[in-house]
Write a protein that binds this ligand. Structure first.
Ligand code: EPZ
Length: 443
């Protein structure tokens, strides 16, 4: 169990100005680190963000036998000449979703593997049934234990796998199993998020044969061996949207260097419709407020829809917008828990179990509070905030930045898992943020 290293003390009310640079995408880099296990040769990743989640994945890889060398501040060489242990310690049970992706590579390298279960988390149940069904269809013998799962096989075989929902993790899991399997694997209803495609690019550079069809079908022709490669992962579109929202929410003007328009199209449309605007620059995208913010209707969805990880900063923006906004969350059944603390700050957000806004999703009639109505504009007041998960974490930063008065934010360990140097970046664009070491804090 990790503890906070520090709390953040934020005094709101300052428009943010200047420029900030986004790092490599957490959800691409961590998967590519796992993919590097598919060969005994070294691979190099550049543009690696210095975030806690990367440190955790490197610890996991080291336990399996990976040799890790930082070549410079952002470039990492990983090499696994031999798998020294087919199992990952149960210490990692419930830590993140990465160990389950190691099953395919470990099956190819040593024919068996035992992996701790990812566990639940505060945004929904997040089961792994699609992952295990896919591996079973490819010939793995899967045994589920209360805290871990064991897989064995003589050789993975290509298969036709139809995902009940285009799950990012399950698509990646089957991909990593399929690239070295005997024969062809077809993944129907696959996820095609930019991070998944970027990992496909990494695998193709390693020698894999993968094609993506227009109808969400991914076809993988298994090859006998893969080799090491050098790859620069895409930039983090969630971090980019987070700083974009901060610029617009505070009425400032921030150039987000490294923001890539092609990965933000849906976000940019909604931002413009609610009163923000942007200009693509040579280095990234400049974000600013065009007019007083007005209510919007947004539904999260799989790519190219509005990402579920953009939903939390958007909700804070909508607390500052005139009128009644509706957000329908269709990816996770329980991802609005964080709004209760925003209401304590003065927001007016009501949750509903109905599919608000038109389209019914798979959570219809299931009693999950997966729609939100945000009445605005509301005046937020600073206060104590406890971060419950990574993306809610940036939403609280944003709320503190627009609030009157000072907020003290704890649970910062969640935020630092996925955001690189958030305090340094926020200060560089004029935010009033102080860090308070937890040990010297007697609250
Ligand atoms: C990835 O999670 C990301 N995490 C998430 O980002 C992101 O929100 C999510 O994709 C959606 O884009 C990583 O890449 C590490 P899913 P993942 O499988 O792969 C259900 C962040 O903050 N499902 O696409 O775990 C599941 O419950 C994180 O960076 C099953 O039912 O998400 C959910 O409702 C948070 N059974 C839906 O599918 C399964 O076996 C989508 O989940 C697998 C998934």
């Amino acid at each position: 169990m990790q503890h906070d290293r520090r709390r953040y003390r934020i005094t709101g009310g300052r428009p943010l100005h200047g420029s900030v640079t986004v790092g490599g995408a957490k959800n691409a880099v961590t998967k590519q680190l796992v993919a590097s296990l598919l060969t005994s040769e070294p691979s190099i990743l550049t543009n690696v963000p210095r975030i806690v989640e990367v440190e955790i994945v490197l610890h996991m890889l080291a336990e399996l036998g990976t040799k890790i060398t930082w070549l410079d501040a952002k470039s990492l060489r990983v090499e696994t000449p031999q798998i020294t242990s087919p199992s990952l310690s149960e210490l990692y049970s419930g830590v993140n979703r990465i160990p389950i992706l190691m099953m395919g590579p470990l099956l190819h390298r040593v024919g068996e593997s035992s992996i701790p279960l990812p566990g639940g988390c505060r945004i929904g149940k997040r089961p792994i049934d699609f992952h295990l069904a896919g591996l079973r269809e490819m010939g793995a013998e899967v045994t589920e234990m209360p805290r871990s799962v064991t897989v064995k096989t003589l050789r993975l075989e290509g298969a036709h796998v139809t995902l009940p929902f285009p799950s990012v993790g399950a698509t990646e899991n089957i991909l990593l199993a399929a690239v070295l399997a005997r024969g062809t694997t077809v993944i129907h209803n696959a996820a095609v998020e930019p991070e998944v495609l970027d990992t496909i690019h990494f695998l193709q550079q390693m020698g894999a044969l993968v094609s993506v069809e227009v109808d969400r079908t991914i076809i993988v022709e298994g090859v006998d061996r893969l080799h090491g490669t050098t790859h620069r992962p895409i930039n983090d579109r969630i971090e980019a949207a987070s700083f974009a929202a901060a610029a617009v929410a505070t009425g400032g003007r921030v150039e987000v260097r490294g923001a890539q328009q092609e990965h933000l199209v849906t976000f940019l449309n909604h931002l413009r419709k609610l009163g923000g605007d942007f200009r693509v620059t040579e280095a990234g995208i400049l974000f600013y407020r065009q007019r007083p913010l007005t209510a919007e209707h947004v539904e999260t969805g799989v790519h190219p829809g509005f990402m579920t990880d953009w939903q939390q900063p958007l909700v804070v923006l909508l607390t500052q917008a005139q009128g009644s906004s509706v957000i329908h969350e269709t990816i996770y059944e329980d991802r609005f828990g964080y709004t209760s603390q925003l209401n304590r700050m003065g927001a007016n957000i009501a949750l509903s179990t109905a599919c608000l806004g038109g389209r019914e999703c798979r959570f219809a009639s299931k009693d999950f509070p997966h729609s939100a109505i945000v009445m605005g504009a509301t005046l937020l007041c600073g206060g104590p905030l406890e971060i419950p998960d990574l993306r809610a974490g940036f939403a609280y930063i944003l709320a503190a930045l627009v609030a009157h008065g000072t907020s003290e934010i704890s649970g910062t360990r969640y935020l630092e898992r996925g955001y690189e140097d958030p305090v340094g970046k926020l200060r560089a664009i004029g935010a009033d943020v102080e860090t308070v070491p937890v040990s010297s804090d007697n609250t």
